[in-house]
Design a protein around this ligand. Structure first.
Ligand code: PEP
Ligand code: MG
Length: 578
């Protein structure tokens, strides 16, 4: 038995087997075979085909049994690719006549077809390039004798342990089979943490060097409340964890009773609660029933896990779905926010020394106006289906605001030229994530309709501490009085112009911080579905007068620790009460 400490970023408890996740990266080199070995190489190629077919069939069976028919269809299509006559013939020819090794022949032929598909005008055909790459990697992995590692199709419930999980890994993982997530890196506001919370999967990040201490299939217990990982737990420890898990589930069930209630404070004040979304799929959209709008749609997730950029049409369909679901309630689409910890397969980004300070988000969009305009046109087109608010991320100056608004005007003109309608009431706003814009919020408020404070980045940039680095956890101080002062200024500045400010960073869903934000005069709070019930419960026991008292104190105390202790002492009883 061993114990390791980590950063509990998504609450919960789990006991189970460890699944070591190290994504396979195929390494192929040019290779030739002697002429006499052609039949043997062909036979080996056929073995690879059979091996891949078997794996795919197994995945399909598992997904179908779990009622995940749509995902199963993807893998059935992969079997069709495997036996595609044109590719199969070309691979066999390359082995037979050019004496290529099966691996090299597979690589060459698949890459050729991936290129051809990638050039198609039809987005559906272009999409298939990603499937081809997936099948190619499967064949090459089998050839290398490496067993399958795929978070989208796990065989049994497991604790996933990885060095790091990319947002695209977490976004596609099979939620039903993941008991918990343990990683070596990643902070509380990394995007993997945000997704883990939204899936309600217990997650312990920043467990340094853990991969070399764990083995595949080893039993472990994750306490993502206390921040502990226990390997080979004793029967007593397991029983204790089980008890703690039950208590936790009970508390969560108690909170869930507040989910469908209005976000009403104890004195009757309503503080609208909006939803943070990473996609428009049915599971995420379920939160629609309990929220007053979408405060943050992280549109970059539409761009992840694919070979080609999403087209205007595809984006339009997604935005339309979201706007239609919310009817006349506001839906805030944040424009593409790539860079930092968010990478895209379909876009090669230059390597930078400091990616969080680099060519990211809005800056990146300015350097690729076509990509940006495509998204803006799609959003504008969807605006006729509801109440659309467009929000620009990572704004640092009024220049940024004006440039973004100019491009929005260009997108409008392009639609007008095409005779395509859009709503004339679309609102334009900014995220407050950079101190430079927070400090001129009075000026910014005159140029936009609304603002939303991205506390994850605002904390990172105000305190100059990397949000991804768990070793710096003690410096990433969410309750730093400077942040409350800064946010207070932003809220007051926008209020003077009669314009709303919300918070859509993780602080919005943190009960202690949310109480202070209410007191600072925030217009609404936006959060992942997992936090909604808890925040509604908190608000139900809090008067505005009390919230204002907390806000005053949070701005006048001297350290983050003091603020945290003070808020806990004041608010703990509200969350414990049934
Ligand atoms: C933020 O920075 O607080 C925010 C909401 O944006 P993201 O977490 O996607 O960077
Ligand atoms: Mg941000």
């Amino acid at each position: 038995m061993m114990e390791y400490k980590g950063n509990p970023v998504s609450e919960g408890i789990a006991v189970g087997k460890v699944y070591l996740y190290q994504p396979y990266v195929p390494q192929v080199t040019e290779g030739e075979i002697p002429e006499g070995e052609v039949p043997g190489a062909i036979a080996r190629y056929e073995t690879l085909l059979e091996g891949a077919k078997k794996e795919l069939e197994q995945i399909c069976r598992r997904l179908e049994a779990a009622g995940d028919g749509d995902k199963a269809k993807i893998f059935t299509a992969h079997t069709d690719i495997l036996f595609d006559v044109a590719m199969d013939e070309e691979i066999r020819d390359k082995i037979t006549y050019d004496f290529m090794t099966p691996e090299w022949a597979i690589h060459k032929v698949y890459e050729k077809f991936i290129k051809i598909l990638g050039k198609s005008k039809d987005s559906l055909i272009r999409e298939r390039a990603a499937d081809l790459r997936d099948v190619k990697n499967r064949l090459l992995r089998i050839a290398a004798g490496v067993p399958e590692k795929n978070l989208a199709a796990l065989e049994e419930p497991v604790i996933v342990a990885a060095h790091d999980l990319l947002p695209s890994d977490t976004a596609t993982l099979d939620r039903k089979q993941v008991l918990a997530i343990v990683t070596e890196v990643g902070g509380a506001t990394s995007h993997s943490a945000i997704i883990a919370r939204s899936y309600e999967i217990p997650a312990l990040l920043g467990v340094e060097g853990i991969l070399s201490c764990l083995s595949h299939g080893q039993e472990a217990a994750v306490d993502a409340i206390a921040g502990l990982l226990v390997t080979d737990p004793s029967p007593e420890q397991k029983a204790e964890m089980e008890k703690k898990r039950e208590a936790f589930l009970l508390r969560r069930a108690e909170e869930k009773k507040f989910l469908s209630l209005p976000p009403k404070m104890a004195d009757g004040t309503l503080l609208p609660i909006h939803l943070n979304l990473g996609s428009a799929d049915a599971r995420e959209l379920a939160g629609e029933a309990y929220t007053d709008g979408v405060g943050l749609f992280r549109t970059e997730f539409i761009y992840m896990g694919r070979e080609q950029l999403p087209t205007e049409e595809e984006q339009y369909e997604i935005y339309k779905q979201l706007l239609t679901a919310y009817g006349d309630r506001p839906v805030t689409l944040r424009t593409l926010d790539i860079g930092g910890d968010k990478k895209l397969q379909c876009m090669e980004l230059p390597k930078e020394e400091n990616p969080f300070l680099g060519n990211r988000a809005l800056r990146l969009c300015f350097s690729m106006p076509e990509v940006f305009l495509t998204q803006l046109r799609a959003a504008l087109r969807a605006s006729v289906h509801g109440d659309l608010w467009i929000m620009f991320p990572m704004v640092g100056s009024l220049d940024d605001i004006r440039r973004a608004k100019e491009l929005l005007e260009t997108a409008k003109k392009q639609l007008e030229e095409r005779g395509v309608p859009y709503s004339s009431t679309v609102k334009t706003g900014i995220m407050i994530e950079i101190p430079s814009i927070a400090l001129i919020a009075d000026l910014a408020a005159r140029e936009v309709d609304f603002a939303s404070i991205g506390t994850n980045d605002l904390t990172q940039y105000s305190i100059a501490v990397d949000r991804m680095n768990p070793a710096l956890g003690e410096y990433y101080q969410s309750y730093h009085p400077a942040l409350f002062r800064l946010m207070g200024f932003v809220i007051d500045s926008f209020a003077k112009e009669g314009k709303p400010v919300s918070v859509c960073g993780e602080m919005g869903g943190d009960p202690w911080a949310a109480a202070v934000l209410a007191g600072l005069g925030i217009s609404k709070l936006s959060m992942g579905l997992a936090s909604v019930a808890r925040i509604k419960k908190l608000l139900s026991g809090l008067t505005m007068e009390k919230a204002q008292e907390l806000a005053d104190k949070a701005r006048s105390l001297s350290t983050s620790g003091e603020v945290e202790d003070y808020l806990k002492a004041q608010l703990e009883p509200l969350l414990q009460a049934p």
